[in-house]
Design a protein around this ligand. Sequence first.
Ligand SMILES: [Zn+2]
Length: 108
Amino acid sequence: MELSCKQEEKLIVPFLKDSLDNRTKGQFLSHLEHCDSCLEELSIQFLVTTGMQRLENGDTFDLNRELKTRLATERRHLDILTSLRSVLYATEAISLLLSLLVLLTMVV
Ligand SMILES: [Zn+2]
């Protein structure tokens, strides 16, 4: 399901707090891939929330790179989950096929 920009905006804060479930996170990330304005909105919120924290801690930082790294990491995690899931489905399909074959050989 595609998210609208309005829905996407509501997810920015939960995303930054890392409180989205994987399904929602996937939708969130795929919206960002084709929506520059939401990506910009996310960058701003990220800069504001994380930037303020960092300023208080007095750390040096490159927030733009950090956000990119974070997005890439999340994406990779989801990709891994997705491929794991398809492997599981494949395994299930294979075992189903195998049991069918066994059944068939028994009948024949
Ligand atoms: Zn959008």
